[in-house]
Design a protein around this ligand. Structure first.
Ligand SMILES: Cc1ncc(COP(=O)(O)O)c(C=O)c1O
Length: 379
């Protein structure tokens, strides 16, 4: 837990905007996931926050990793590059999944030497993998309901349940091995029924594959989507875990390996941003604060992640409804049109908690403003 006094001290020492990553929170989230779902191997989805120090801390905790590009793969690989070749290869096979269903041929060519597990969801991808990464193992990405998820993924990814086994048999015919099924119920899924339906659809595909003679599948990858506790409406993780665990044990015998790819759940609560008021105006009677971080930077999740991050002041006092804008010259750079804040002066700090996922990761240099400086605490 980073105290408010420490946050302000860090902001004074390093300047703003400042993105603080609390490694105690990372470890706590990882251990909570493992404790509540002990059967599930945790593959941290690096895209949520690819900071190498985050990957390092989770690596030391024993985490596995979901990567979706070669640069992400290499961030993870950095931790194992000095292992003897055989051990390194075993580690990659056991602990990395390349979970981007569509891969450029150049990427497949680079990946092939590592003999990784990769996802796919269409015929064209089977042909590409066969030609450019024949050493890869495969997991079929299944399209599943993303109902009510904050970030919907099912319109872009996943083979429909009706075509799943045809694709598995096509891959088999091409001499590739489909190790299992993966899915994603949509990011920040608070609707637990999505997991129940996805697992039921997956069990159906397993059964149909077996009935049609394909018996090589031995893993189920339940993806990400596990919600961060952004507000009191999000039910505790242990309740979701109880539902998921029940369905896993009911539908899949113990020899089936279960993987998950949590991103947000592991890093959201580990990130805090501190920004500074750089300007103030009154428009139509409403106070507008201009701060030195915005939607092109750490608050990029407002746009890309459909996420809200309440802005808090360090000082107490009567509040009024305000707008908070980012520093760039674009009118899109609106952090919030409705925040209740006390009267703030220029140079005073504000902060947002639970901003560790899909925030700094999608920060830009737009308008010449660089991403926030990163500071690691409790490393
Ligand atoms: C394939 C895949 N796995 C895992 C994740 C991480 O999801 P989340 O952050 O919701 O846990 C994503 C996010 O988009 C994804 O696309």
């Amino acid at each position: 837990m980073v105290t408010l006094t420490r946050l302000q001290k860090l902001a004074k020492e390093h300047g703003t905007p400042l993105f603080v990553i609390d490694h105690d929170a990372l470890r706590k989230n990882y251990r909570a996931f493992r404790r509540h779902l002990p059967r599930v191997q945790v593959y941290y989805a690096v895209k949520a926050n690819p900071d190498p120090a985050i990957v390092r801390t989770l690596y030391l905790e024993g985490s596995s990793f979901d990567v979706a590009s070669m640069p992400e793969f290499m961030i993870v690989h950095e931790n194992i590059k000095d292992l003897p070749a055989k051990q390194r290869q075993d580690w990659i096979w056991d602990k990395i999944i390349y979970a981007n269903p569509t891969k450029a041929t150049e990427t497949l060519e680079q990946l092939n030497q590592y003999k990784p597990l990769v996802t796919f969801d269409n015929l064209e991808e089977i042909r590409k993998i066969k030609r450019h990464a024949p050493n890869a193992g495969l997991a079929l990405r299944l399209q599943v309901p993303n109902t009510g998820a904050m970030v919907e993924l099912s319109s872009k990814f996943g083979a429909s349940p009706g075509e799943a086994v045809d694709l598995i048999l096509e891959a088999d015919k091409a001499g590739l091995v489909v190790e299992g099924i993966s899915f994603h119920v949509g990011s920040q899924t608070t609707n637990f029924a999505n997991y129940v339906q996805a697992l039921s659809l997956t069990a159906g595909v397993f059964k149909e594959a077996k009935d049609r003679g394909y018996t090589k599948m031995n893993l189920v990858d339940i993806g990400g989507g596990f919600p961060a506790p952004y507000d009191a409406t999000v039910k505790p993780f242990r309740e979701l875990a109880r539902v998921v665990k029940g369905e896993l044990d009911r539908l899949f015998p113990p020899e089936i390996q279960i993987l998950a790819e949590p991103g947000r759940f592991l890093v959201a609560t580990a990130g805090i941003v501190v920004a500074k008021v750089i300007g103030k105006a009154v428009r139509d009677g409403k106070t507008c604060y201009y701060i030195d971080d915005g939607v092109y930077h750490t608050y990029s999740g407002v746009i890309f992640d459909h996420c809200k991050y309440p802005i808090r002041a360090f000082k107490k006092g009567p509040t009024s409804l305000c707008s908070v804008f980012g520093p760039t010259c674009d009118a899109l750079d609106v952090v919030s049109m409705a925040e209740n804040l006390p009267d703030l002066a220029r140079d005073e700090f504000v902060y947002s908690i639970n901003i560790g996922a899909y925030s700094h990761a999608s920060s830009t240099y737009f308008n010449g403003f660089p991403p926030a400086k990163v500071v690691h605490v409790n490393q």
